[in-house]
Design a protein around this ligand. Sequence first.
Ligand code: ZN
Length: 505
Amino acid sequence: MTSTPDTYERLCEFVRETALLESIEALLGWDERTYLPPAGGEYRAEQITYLSGRIHKRRTDPRLKDWLDELAASDLMADPHSDPATTVRQLRRDFDKRSKLPQRLVEELARASVLGQQVWVEARAADNYRMFEPLLKQMFALKREQAEAYGYAEHCYDALLDDYEPDATTAEVKAALAGVREELVPLVQAIGESHKQAPVELLKRKFPVAAQEAFGKEAAAKIGFNFKRGRLDVTHHPFCSGMGPHDCRLTTRYDETFFPSGFFSILHEAGHGMYDQGQRPDQFGLPPGSYVSLGIHESQSRMWENLVGRSRAFWDYFYSRAQIAFPQALGDVPAAQFLFAINDVRPSLIRVEADEATYNLHIIVRFELEQALLCGDLSTADLPGAWKDKYDEYLGIRPPSDADGCLQDVHWSAGLIGYFPTYTLGNIYASQFFAAAEKELGGLHEPFAQGDFAGLLAWLRRQIHQRGQCYTAGELCEKVTGKPLAHTELIAHLRGKFGELYALK
Ligand code: ZN
């Protein structure tokens, strides 16, 4: 007979060992996307597949169920937001979800995702949707099956959304995103009709890569990313990967003739990285030391990238430094011109190149279409037309091809359905958190203009990072901002900033 504290210790020890394997897998994955020589890819895939198998086995180990059953009835659960209760609740959630999927479905999904991505690459290059359509159709059928296996209260999309944004419902996300869309479509239209035009050409001058790297690192360190506990490397598609309590890897890419590409992706990934670095090292691998949801993770990256990094106050401090770093490109450019250029808004076809405002409309298109595809309201055969119609309606442009239309993202081919809305949820949460921080800290413009970002970071650490998964995203939002998820602050921010830049009425 063991006592409850013994069982809890045993559970944590087991989960920490799984986290050890997961962090090794993350390190292999980071290396694969940064330094791995091309010929090493095949063996690397074997290493990763081996580890994933071991990890999956551990996360569905029947001993977990016994321990969790015993602990669920114990007084460790008295305070639902305590470390032990959070650990038991979240591990139970993970275990139950994983156990609901039949092995056959797990394998079929893995296969469909690998094949789907391969065919997607070819189909996109050839601008040939018909080549990809049968795989997409199969993927949505499998995801429907997955949703049924998980079960859901209202909408089959709920079940898939839960993988990325736990405890969020389709209904609430729909309401928030519809609110954004209704306000944003006319705002983007008004910006397009403004007589003012952002001088984007100046960002296409020559910005030497070495100077970009030095300047980007200086900025990341200044806002609070700790380079003793992390580093920055180069990759094709920037990402951030935490692989230990004191080891967080940022990646970016540099374009010598387009400044924002490298710089803002560094700020974005540093925002993710500071969330990782702000979590409790003693809880690494356990729910109280883990991120809440993709939406909350994205709120941190978007806040530092957009609300801080594209603000006037930020450049009040950094612009003279940028002029020293890039004398040829920026020496003759007034700060106001530069600020307007990095805040250019214009409808475009490609999501990953979109600006702060129109980006959300790209997401809303995908969110609406993937729900319709999942529920059978739209057939995969009709997707290209539906995609073009929505771009027309929300952004006022019609993609001339599918390569620049419904074939542009990897997500659906990889089975990531229910993932897209977390990007816009991130923007909404970011604005709500930022407004709450400004209110509590009494304005952030002044400290930012002095190069002081520590107040905001300390606030985020206390309010969000250190809380791990002790609250759901919805609870956290209410606790930190006093309000549930709502689009009001995001729209107020966009209206305020772009209204001024574009001299809107
Ligand atoms: Zn991100």
